[in-house]
Design a protein around this ligand. Sequence first.
Ligand SMILES: Nc1ncnc2c1ncn2[C@@H]1O[C@H](COP(=O)(O)OP(=O)(O)OP(=O)(O)O)[C@@H](O)[C@H]1O
Length: 451
Amino acid sequence: MGGDPGDGRPVSREEFARALAALGGFEPAPAIAIGVSGGGDSVALVLLLRHWVAEWGGSLLALTVDHGLRPESADEAAAVGQAMARLGVSHRILRWDGAKPSSGIQAAARAARHRLLGAACAEAGILHLALAHHRDDQAETVLLRLARGSGIDGLAGMAPVRADGAVRVIRPLLRFSHDRLLATCRAEGVDWIEDPSNRNPRFARARLRAARESLGGEGLDAGRLSEVARRAGRARAALEQVTAALLAEAATVHPEGWIALAPAPLRAAPPEIALRALGAALAAVGGPAHPVRDEALERLLDGLAEGQGGTLGGCVVRMRRGAVMVAREPVAVTERPTVAPGEAIRWDGRFDLRVSSSHRRPVTVAALGADGWREWAGRQAPKGVPDLPVPVRETLPSLWTGADLLGVPMIGMCYGFDADGQHPVDRARFCPLSSLGRPAFTVVSDRDGII
Ligand SMILES: Nc1ncnc2c1ncn2[C@@H]1O[C@H](COP(=O)(O)OP(=O)(O)OP(=O)(O)O)[C@@H](O)[C@H]1O
């Protein structure tokens, strides 16, 4: 089933309808955006979705990202627009502006593309974004992951459905070969553009493609490789289900955002499940953006068994009050430890504060602006969350959590506002203190505005 028995034949409307139905999750007459590079795969996806929408209802918006990496890219994007117009499909060009990195350009372009496509969907109120990855892409993904020593999750390859914020990214073509997609275009007499970067051996995928093509033969058959992905995907779903059951039993989500895991069920679980539970808890508290390598999680679990904590991907994990506590790591990200009296920080509304133990770099009460401190301390109960604009209020619990995890008592937090007292969202200053009146933490922002 991972293979594509109809090699060489165009993909039929029925086959495509089945593939789409297998993804589930469509409302009646859905609006669907399509990432269209203008290559044969994405043009075939447009053709197939166009028929599907004609039969089942809905609307399409083709989106082309102009990465601006080659002089001819703007013309190519415009040509895609003309092709879409001929097909009667709405089209938008999204430009990747701004500085381009000198290395890792493929990865940066991909990240920018996903960001732009997601933003365009959100702007248009579209929930489904269809991409034209196909069976051979999946096979290459599996090979790439094999070469990197991935486990089950990596070998499951690209997910047919993935949530990206409010947008559902769908890949309905994963079971069809590139050849069949080109045949689909040919059958309808529609041209496509060949992307030169697909053949550029500088890039990992292109290198693998070349390797796969040159080796050929049994072992690297694309159908079998995508079958690996399908089997691994099934295994992963089972493991995730068992992990969810363990978390339901063992995890308590604290209102302040950290998670406590009961150690007994964690210890009793098979290591694979315990690792996944810990990884899920880290992700849930806003931890690593990328999947953590197993070895790092293993080290952390081993350390916990011996009563030691550790940090991973911006999070702290340690034994506390008989439970494994998982929380965002309180770390300093600035070299400026002090707050000048009356100094204010700039704040863009998405305030991301971190804290650090900073006894070595003391901040004096005087430097904090004693008035602000006294005013606040007089009004707030210790450990209360001050009545602040929402983004700030969301931030404060992580300060308390940080204090708690580091075992440093905090009794107060000093902050101030502009003279008009209107709680303007772009100016505020903070400073938590220890119970001895000495600063327990330096509060810093990892944005421009630094306390
Ligand atoms: N410039 C683009 N504009 C819009 N959509 C694009 C563009 N490039 C690619 N896509 C979409 O992404 C799909 C996959 O393309 P491609 O394989 O080149 O990218 P990728 O898988 O995201 O990156 P890589 O293959 O390097 O991991 C295309 O079939 C298409 O649906």
